[in-house]
Design a protein around this ligand. Structure first.
Ligand code: PXL
Length: 263
């Protein structure tokens, strides 16, 4: 039997992040991927590779979700970049049409192509309409600061504190990612399950951010949950795949490298 995983996310046109990274991750982990596009991000090579952002019309998002969920029996979904309050409304309503064993939310908060005011509305909609549906949420350091309301996260203890605060917003498990920006030699991820903190560490691979790492981690968690793993095991395997993908990253004409899930 083939396991199916579903992702609702944005397209990132260079292929490094977003839905493209999610589907590659699913495939690499032996899971059949089904994807719905929420928005299209096209980095602008003539403008410092800044984000050009185009939302997909809400009715087209709803149509995609209808098609995907009618065609397949799906019970695990990853939510990536949503981008606008209208998209968040549509996705929240569509998700409410059925029950889900797991909803993995990568809380992609800002998109540089958007105005700050619009971004704030999007952040608030994500917080109130999507996070309560999540069984697993995977904030990076910036998202953990924003969602927890903490001014600074400078240590593993701070990261654990942020994870505890984010759990108050509704998700059952919080996977807070230290990444390269948290001081120290290791890339540290902290998981809070509502009671206990579990810490995952691996040596940092360089000091630069690599595009697609966050998408890959959340997609790999989703794939492992689809196959029946417990959350902590799913996180552990996802961290291994992501670390290998960072070690085996590809470079491009962009100022940043990109995770290669097939490494
Ligand atoms: O890595 C975050 C991310 C997620 N989804 C889309 C993106 C990006 C970053 O550029 O473009 C569509």
């Amino acid at each position: 039997m083939v396991n199916l995983a579903y992702v609702i996310a944005g397209s990132e046109a260079t292929g490094g992040a977003g839905l493209q990274a999610d589907l590659k991750t699913f495939q690499q982990l032996g899971v059949y991927g089904v994807g719905t596009i929420t928005c299209i991000v096209s980095f602008d090579p003539k403008n410092g590779w800044g984000h050009r952002f185009v939302p997909i019309a809400p009715e087209v998002i709803a149509d995609q979700i209808e098609a995907a969920t009618a065609a397949h029996t799906l019970d695990v979904v990853k939510i990536g970049m949503l981008g606008t309050p209208a998209t968040i409304d549509t996705v929240a309503q569509s998700l409410a049409q059925q029950s889900w064993r797991h909803v993995v939310v990568d809380p992609v908060l800002i998109c540089k192509g958007q105005e700050p005011g619009a971004a704030l509305d999007t952040d608030n909609a994500l917080r109130t309409q999507i996070l309560p549906l999540a069984t697993v949420v995977t904030p990076n350091l910036f998202e953990a600061r924003t969602l927890s309301g903490m001014d600074s996260i400078a240590s593993v203890d701070d990261l654990a504190q942020a994870a505890r605060r984010i759990a108050d917003l509704g998700p059952r498990y919080v996977v807070a990612k230290g990444g390269v920006e948290l001081p120290g030699d290791d890339a540290v991820d902290v998981v809070f399950d509502g009671n206990d903190i579990t810490i995952f560490r691996s040596p940092k691979v360089g000091e630069e951010r690599v595009s697609g790492a966050g998408c890959t981690l959340a997609a790999a968690i989703t794939a492992e949950l689809t196959k029946g793993a417990e959350v902590l095991d799913a996180v552990s395997r996802a961290k291994d795949l992501t670390t290998a993908g960072i070690v085996g990253r590809i470079s491009a004409n962009t100022p940043f490298d990109t995770v290669w899930q097939g490494a």
